[in-house]
Design a protein around this ligand. Structure first.
Ligand SMILES: *Cc1c(COP(=O)(O)O)cnc(C)c1O
Length: 216
């Protein structure tokens, strides 16, 4: 059944857009159903939930961390995480670099931006990131910033959601132009969830994070 939901979602996503199956609150057995249907990229928003699933499951799964990450938890995921989508502070970026170095690897990250109306959502503002990048992050050799991530407000208004995705795209374009013009790695715009990923794709998403529509 889950396999059919996965297929239904896949059919609505262009092949150049990456689908992250958000598996939070679903157990290893349900994740395996999706895996056996041919999908290997999963997202979790809590380290405590990700670790036991990582331990239990096959190691060719690509795990993305998509929720707020505390600096003291970075060390647990640094050995294996494929992409940390939710980097929302300079302090966290430094910590990820440090733990990546200890593990002798380079960890890909996205900078999370706050564009939604809800105060509860985490993320940088554009001016904070510009300040950070102006001061230079080239000393941090064990992280690779490959793009940005964001969430739209949880509202019914398609117009409002579209406006927020356009704001994210505009932030992406600004950063690309000013700080990563020749960096081919900086290309990802992660936005859109079950309720709004089609709008996100129309507005330029390269990664969508879909949970409940697959694991329903
Ligand atoms: C839960 C979650 C998703 C997926 O949400 P669905 O509505 O279940 O598709 C996407 N992104 C983040 C950051 C999440 O926490």
């Amino acid at each position: 059944m889950i396999a059919e939901h996965l297929q239904a979602v896949q059919q609505t996503i262009p092949s150049d857009v990456k689908l992250v199956a958000v598996s939070k609150m679903n157990n290893a057995e349900r994740i395996l159903e999706v895996y056996h249907a041919g999908h290997k990229v999963f997202g979790e928003n809590r380290v405590q939930e990700l670790l036991p699933k990582y331990e239990a499951l096959t190691k060719d799964i690509e795990w993305h961390l998509i929720g707020h990450l505390q600096t003291n938890k970075v060390k647990y995921i640094a050995p294996f995480v494929s992409l940390i989508q939710s980097v929302d502070s300079y302090k966290l970026l430094i910590e990820i670099n440090k733990e990546a170095q200890k593990n002798n690897r380079i960890i890909d990250v996205l900078l999370q931006f706050h564009v939604a109306k809800e105060e509860t959502k985490f993320g940088f503002s554009l001016s904070e990131v510009q300040e950070m990048l102006k001061n230079g992050i080239s000393d941090y050799k064990n992280i690779r910033i490959i793009g940005i991530m964001g969430m739209a407000s949880n509202v019914d208004s398609e117009q409002q959601i579209r406006k927020e995705f356009q704001a994210l795209k505009s932030i992406f374009d600004t950063l690309k132009k000013n700080y990563f013009p020749n960096d081919t790695n900086f290309k990802e715009l992660s936005m859109g969830m079950s309720s709004d990923y089609q709008i996100a794709i129309e507005e330029g998403a390269t990664i969508v994070r879909v949970g409940s529509k697959i694991f329903k």
